[in-house]
Ligand binder design. Sequence first.
Ligand code: ATP
Ligand code: MG
Length: 264
Amino acid sequence: MTVVVEGVSKVFPGKGSDEVTALSDIDLTVGDGEFVSLIGPSGCGKSTLLRLIADLDSPTGGTLTVFDKTPRQARLDQDYGIAFQQAGLLPWRSVRANVELPLQLHKVAGRKERVNELLEMVGLSDFADRYPDELSGGMQQRVAIARAFAEKPKLLLMDEPFGALDEMTRERMQGELVRLASESGAAVIFVTHSIPEAVFLSDRVVVMSPRPGRIREILSVDLGRGVDRGEGLREDTSFFERVSAVREALHGGAPTGVRGVETR
Ligand SMILES: Nc1ncnc2c1ncn2[C@@H]1O[C@H](COP(=O)(O)OP(=O)(O)OP(=O)(O)O)[C@@H](O)[C@H]1O
Ligand SMILES: [Mg+2]
């Protein structure tokens, strides 16, 4: 298993009785090569869950494993790539040098070619020698995505990585992400606020609810993988059906009778 989350809770201490239960009783497994999206209202604990998996914070209850290791060990072994809400680029390094950074740290050979390939993928070949503050927010985000992919990780943790992109670029990046993930066999845990984006990308969509953050439902999307997910899918009836099912789950509607829905 790529990721196993069992009975995880996260309580942030506040002043007096102001503590916040960001996550409560979370059970989730992500299989090898599986694409799982997390969706839910603001504050329901999506980023917190991703941060626990990435060992950027620790749970107050329950256990997590990443590739059968503790999150800490997986982080030390650099088992995954990360692309979060803020691009997190190093301002003193050029676009090329930012993307190259993880490859350089690990002394990977053939770096120049790999970086060119990655910049091509995110449409930034012409900006290789620019610096982050010379780029728009969406372009910075694309640099971060290229960097996350640099080492062909078996797991990608992505927190609203396409939030700053215009709609056309966003759809193109979604297509690229689906293709790259299926070609490389990487599992992806992807946080988004967009229902169509979650459906287009995912094998399963995890619908969360706030206060305390819980998993409300897990929906299987069942629309095929990788190359099956062409642009045409966005116009397909099966796609709209899944979008409605996720919307109903988000709004807490009774999901009974909707195909492909696991109720928990
Ligand atoms: N470091 C922290 N200290 C205290 N409370 C926190 C901290 N991080 C998150 N929280 C609280 O935990 C809850 C969940 O936050 P989280 O960032 O995981 O939500 P989210 O689902 O990612 O929301 P959004 O969609 O707005 O990004 C919120 O109530 C938030 O205030
Ligand atoms: Mg968040």
